[in-house]
Design a binder for this molecule. Sequence first.
Ligand code: PNS
Length: 181
Amino acid sequence: MALMKTRRRDSLAVFPGSFDPITNGHLDIVERGLRVFDRVRMAILVNADKKPLFSVEERLEIIREAYRGNPRVDVDTFSGLLVDYAERVGASVIIRGIRAISDFEYEFQMALMNRRLNPQIETVFMMPAESYSYVSSRLVKEVFQLGGRVTELVPPVVERRLSDKYAAPVGAGRSGRRERE
Ligand code: PNS
């Protein structure tokens, strides 16, 4: 089997997702990806079926701000098949994060389908730090909307953008309650 023996120079891995919004769990996966690959491209799926909190443009801005000054991480959007996008941009690896066994079945199915669609593209699963194993974009949005604190769960730009969306000061929930020390 003609497997690649060494890592290519200037290797690019695509990290796809909805990223609505990014969490510290996503950032953790990007960091881990950068230990293995030269560059990581976060690729936001443009999905007309979903009703996201942040528009694609907002999600691009958020990720650009989170990685400003880091030339090894960039962000793009894609629609259609992920493997077609990866091939088009010259990436032979797709990174996905697995937080818990519950993520595995869906991720495994996707990885095998992607392999069937394009056997040249390899999926690599990475585990975030245990402290992020329960963090998801969906829960972050829910907690914030209900007045909970998400400070350690998302980068500062996301907390600010959430506050802007709900017109509440950073560090306070929607109810205006001050954060605990
Ligand atoms: O963050 P998410 O929502 O779990 O990301 C899911 C994503 C974007 C990786 C997945 O929906 C995807 O790759 N969509 C693109 C369409 C595609 O290629 N479908 C076939 C893959 S099995």
